[in-house]
Design a protein around this ligand. Sequence first.
Ligand SMILES: Cc1cc2nc3c(=O)[nH]c(=O)nc-3n(C[C@H](O)[C@H](O)[C@H](O)COP(=O)(O)OP(=O)(O)OC[C@H]3O[C@@H](n4cnc5c(N)ncnc54)[C@H](O)[C@@H]3O)c2cc1C
Length: 402
Amino acid sequence: MGSVEEHHDIVIVGGGICGLATALALHRKGIRSLVLEKYNTIRATGAAIGVFINAWRALDQLGVGAELRTKAVLVPENQDVWRNKNATRLNSCRKEELRCLKRNDLIETLYNNLPVNSVRFGCQIVAVGTDPLTSFPILYTHDGIIIKAKVLIGCDGSNSIISKSLGLKPPKSLTNCVIRGLTNYPNGHNIGNYFLRHLEGCMIFGRIPIDNNLVHWFVDWPYPDKEGPKDPKFIIELAIRQIKDYPAEMIEMVKNSDPASLTFTRIRYQTPWHLVLGNFCRGTITVAGDAMHVMGPFLGQGGGAALEDAVVLARSLAEMMPMGYFEANASDEELRKRTETALKNYVKERKLRVLRLAMQSVLVGLLMSSPSKVKRLVSLVLLILFFGGPALSHTQFDCGHL
Ligand SMILES: Cc1cc2nc3c(=O)[nH]c(=O)nc-3n(C[C@H](O)[C@H](O)[C@H](O)COP(=O)(O)OP(=O)(O)OC[C@H]3O[C@@H](n4cnc5c(N)ncnc54)[C@H](O)[C@@H]3O)c2cc1C
């Protein structure tokens, strides 16, 4: 039996935050796309996500900001506690509009705003090639389907097969791992309305309210073993071991987590020089989100940057291929030229922004959790020189109108 062959205009690989946001941004511009997701349902790993004003601006452009704001309280302050030094710093983050969203809420809202059949689940891409006749991309699925696309957007995360096909280097791994979870307090929590971080040596323990009942917590520390636990019982045990000297109510919070929310993740990041040297588009193929710029969680900006990518990419494509363009049967040659220009504009617009975020994330990561005093000092100096200090200035970025 011969292979099934399909033809589509714009194909997005990956139905995470970036893939769904990109499909929604294109939809808002009147451009149809197909998202291919390897899992069988929408799936949001990682419990919750801190969303700052730059990401809210992007969500507003996607038309889902107002709906999502009802799902998480505003967190007007953050408090850092250095346990070794017995020092505490309380900062206002009112102008950064920080809220912590359940990942499920974000993913479901993006998905629910898409037209039906925009996402094909259970469709894993296993190889990428080029059509020798047209030079457009060809995708091969795990179950033998051949998908020919005019435009291919890789939103397939940090282990991206599309990035590999562009010749991009795989991200690096830190020795640090993060356990994240959600704890529900049926009668309301009384943890206060602020983002709390305890910093001790190379470890960070944090918690942030999502609403009046639900709290997101995480613990980040060096964990050299290659594999981490998968069973929620062992994940909780491991997390509790890291915070055994912490106040009883914090240990209780971790003990009472929703087992389904728990994840153990090794931190991966793309080096800033990779972002300078990397070629993020070739022909009519490009990448966005973690597939382009996975970064450590120290700024809480990976997801926000993915949402910004979605807005800028859809805007660039729509500028070159306005509504109805694909249906108007333009020649392949013209379509290729226009797409290449759009993708080059997108990469040009995003490069400096993601480079700055990646650098700031590496430096803040070193400042917060490096065991070396020298590295911490150098990081602080560089942060002051290049970014005006370790503050939240990066959140004031505006990706502009869709
Ligand atoms: C510990 C931690 C904390 C974080 N905290 C924050 C935070 O507070 N705020 C913030 O903004 N960001 C945060 N981030 C970053 C954020 O989670 C990511 O940047 C964001 O999820 C990236 O979204 P994405 O869609 O690019 O990739 P992903 O979420 O990885 O989605 C990729 C999708 O592609 C699918 N896929 C992969 N390969 C294939 C294939 N071959 N075929 C088909 N489908 C495929 C996957 O199943 C997945 O659905 C954090 C990250 C970590 C690790």
